[in-house]
Every structure is written in C-alpha cells, then in structure tokens.
Write a protein that binds this ligand. Sequence first.
Ligand SMILES: NC(=O)c1ccc[n+]([C@@H]2O[C@H](COP(=O)([O-])OP(=O)(O)OC[C@H]3O[C@@H](n4cnc5c(N)ncnc54)[C@H](OP(=O)(O)O)[C@@H]3O)[C@@H](O)[C@H]2O)c1
Length: 236
Amino acid sequence: MTVSPRIELVPGGLSLSRLVFGAWRLLDGQNPGAEEVARLIDTSVDLGLTSFDHADIYGGYAVEEAFGAGLARWKGRRAGIELISKCGIMLASSNRPQNRLKHYDTGAAHIEASVERSLNNLGTDYLDLLLIHRPDPLMDADDTARAFERLVAAGKVRAVGVSNFTPDQFDLLASRLPFPLVTNQIEHSVLETSALTDGRLDHAQRLRYAPMIWSPLGGGSLFTGEAHASKGCGQR
Ligand SMILES: NC(=O)c1ccc[n+]([C@@H]2O[C@H](COP(=O)([O-])OP(=O)(O)OC[C@H]3O[C@@H](n4cnc5c(N)ncnc54)[C@H](OP(=O)(O)O)[C@@H]3O)[C@@H](O)[C@H]2O)c1
C-alpha cells in the first residue's frame, strides 16, 4: 500500500500535506524573528509540509503576525503552501483587554472580523481553510453559516470546517451550509484515544471527510512521561 503525502479535503480542490506545521508554540520561549521564521517555512516546505495550522489566539494573538513577517521574507510562492486558521475563542489576554472572561463567539460579525485580522497578520488575501476552533454552546448555526458563505463567496476562504466538534454539532452547522464542512480537527494520540470510541472518527468515515489531528505526540508527554491532561491551545 502506498501512502499519499497529501490528503484531499475537497475532491479535485484543496489538499493538505499529510503532516502539518502547527504554529501554536511558535512564540513559546524566544521570538524566532522574521528571518528565522522564513527559514522554518522553507525547511518545512522542503520536507513536504506545505500546510501551516494557525489560530487567531495562538501566542496570545501574536503568532499570526510573527509568522506573517517571516512569510513576507520567504522566497516561495503563496500558491505552494496552505494557510489554515481558526476563530471563535475569545481569550482573556493583554492583547484583547475587552475580553474580561474567556468565552466563545461564533457570530458572523466576529468570524468575519477575525478572518480580516488573520489575513492582515499573515499578509495574504485568502485562507485555504477556516475552522471554528471549539464548539460554542450559544452558536446560532444560521449566523455562523452566513459568515462562512460570505467569506467563501468573496474568495477570502477556500474551504471551511470545525475543530473539537461532536458529530451532532458538526451536523447542525453542516445542515445550514450549501457546501460541505471539510474537516473536524480533533485531538488524537495513543494518550488520548476517545475519538475512536465516542463517534467522532465513525462520523468522519461515514461522511467521508478526513479529520485533522492535533497533539499527535500528546503535546510531548509521549516522550517525557508527564501526565497529559488535554492542554489544548484554547484550554489553558
Ligand atoms: N484545534 C485545537 O483545539 C488544537 C489544540 C492544540 C493544538 N492544535 C494544533 O496542533 C498543533 C500540534 O499540537 P502540539 O504542539 O501539542 O503537538 P505534539 O506534536 O503532540 O506536541 C509537540 C510538543 O511535543 C514536544 N516533543 C516532540 N518530540 C519530543 C521528544 N522527543 N521529547 C520531548 N518532547 C518532545 C515538542 O517539544 P519541542 O518543541 O521542544 O520539540 C512540543 O512541545 C499545534 O501547533 C496547533 O496547530 C490544535
């Protein structure tokens, strides 16, 4: 059996590299600086990792801008990489003093404003994939879907999906859209196997979409032996 180095999320359209560069920890420790980020992008692409996973909140709302500075210095072609971003988590952060408490906002106004900021920070005029980062208990699926439709129609987003959704939450949002949700980005590793038994991977297989996996090494716990307590990027 041969394993394709790429995964098609949209038949004949958007595909991602099988391994994705996760940008969440880019600014943990020292800020690498634009030249170093450009080198990281170059090395990643050379290795076949052409897809870069972001979220508005990474690095306390600072990673996308730092990555964008590197991307501006990178000599490659924008069309040769895929940029993924997420939104919907409102972190309490010094960069968002208006968020006094962590909460969720999946309303159209927030999604569209967040995408504009991501485009601006990354220095691009389109995202290859936009995901709702976590389920919002107060989601109005019609409103969320309207934002997705407008962003796709405007060419600002090529495809849309979700992250950390249950099958029911996925189906609810999908029921309001004229095009498919192309993925559910979920945690999965040998240390966190619940997606195998709670229906999320069955759902992906039933609807024939490829899930994206986060923390495949248990955030490093696989090697360090430290307890892994699902310290996801929006959960800290
Ligand atoms: N959608 C969501 O809710 C969500 C949540 C979390 C993450 N994500 C996405 O998934 C991406 C990957 O998540 P992740 O960073 O948690 O993935 P991961 O691959 O499970 O963990 C990476 C961590 O493992 C450490 N590590 C790797 N090899 C190691 C070794 N041999 N010994 C000790 N430590 C080792 C790395 O440390 P070094 O850096 O020192 O190598 C790094 O801190 C994120 O960047 C983000 O894009 C999405």
